[in-house]
Ligand binder design. Sequence first.
Ligand code: KG4
Length: 338
Amino acid sequence: MSNIILGIESSCDDTSAAIIKDGILLSNVIAGQKVHEAYGGVVPELASRAHQQNIVPVVSEAIRQAGIKKQDIDGIAFTRGPGLLGSLLVGTSFAKGLSLALNVPLLDVNHLHGHVLSHFIKEDENTEVPEFPYLCLLVSGGNSQIIKVNSPSDMEVLGQTIDDAAGEAFDKCAKVMGLPYPGGPHIDKLAAEGDANRFKFSKPHIQGLNYSFSGLKTSFLYTLRDEKKINPDFVEQNKADLAASLQKTIIDILMDKFSKAIKETGIKTVAIGGGVSANSGVRNAVAEYCERRNIKAFIPKRSFTTDNAAMIAIAGYFKYLAKDFCDINLPPFARITV
Ligand code: KG4
C-alpha cells in the first residue's frame, strides 16, 4: 500500500505545499511574498496576511500537479515551528482543518528537522540519500548549527551560534553596503568578481564547536566607516572585494568548526542545509574539503536550500511510517533549537 503525504510550510515568508508518495516527490509549489521588499526585511503581519491569501491556491496547485485527488492523502505534515507565530498559525490551522475534513493523521514537523532531512527528498528511485549517522551543517537566516543526525527522529546539536547566524552575518553586512534584503545572494554574486584576500575581518575565538558572527559584523562595519559614518564612495569602489572578503571569512569560520566536528566524530558522511547552503563558496568549500578526505558530501539542490514544503513532507513521511502522529490541539511555537 502506498503512502501519500501532503506537506505544508508557512514559517516565514514563503507559502509552500508539496506531495510525497512513498518518499518520492510529486510536486512542490512555493509562493514567495514580494510585499516585504519595500521594507528591507520580513514584516510579520504582512506575512500572515499573504499566507492566508496563498494557502488555498498553493495547496490546490500542489495536489493538481501531483496528479492526485485530495481524498488520496494519507497524512498531513505541517511546520509547527520555529518561525513567525502569525505565519505558523495559518499553516497549522489549515493543516488541522484539512486533517479533520479528510480524517487523516496530522504530523507536526520542526522546520529545522525539515532542512536536515531535505537530503531524503527523492525526485526519482535513483536519488542517493545519506546513511546514518551523518553530520549536518545547518546554516540559515536564523540558525548556524552542527548536528549529528542519528536517525530521522534522533538529532544531537554538537555546536551552534552564540549570537548571530551565518545568514544574519551575510544580510546585516549586505545591508550596511546598501544591498537589498536578503543580502546573502547579492554578496554571493558580487563575490565572484572580487579579491577575497583584499580585506581582513576578525574571526572568533570560541571554545568547542560553537559559532559566533557578531565580531565579524562589527569589524566589517568599521572597515566601511570613515570617521563615524559609512563612506558610500568607498563601498561603491570596493564592493566586489568587500563581498568576496566577507564571504571568505564566513566560510573560514564555518569550515573551521565543521571540519573539527568531522575529525572529532570520525563520521564519513556530511550534509549541508538551510538558506546559506545555497552559497556558491560554502558549497565549493564543503565539496572540496570532503573530496580530499574521501568523505561523502550531500550538497542540496538550490531549490531545497530555502524554505520549501518538500522537506516538511519528507520529515512528516518518516513520522508517518513511525506512526508518530500529533494531537489536533498542539499549538505552533516560535522558538526552539533542534
Ligand atoms: O533557510 P532560510 O531560507 O530561512 C531563514 O532562516 O529565514 O535562509 C535564509 C538565509 C538569508 O539569510 C539569506 O541571505 C541566505 O539564507 N541566503 C544566502 C544565499 N541564498 C540565501 N546566503 C549566502 N549566499 C546565498 N547564495
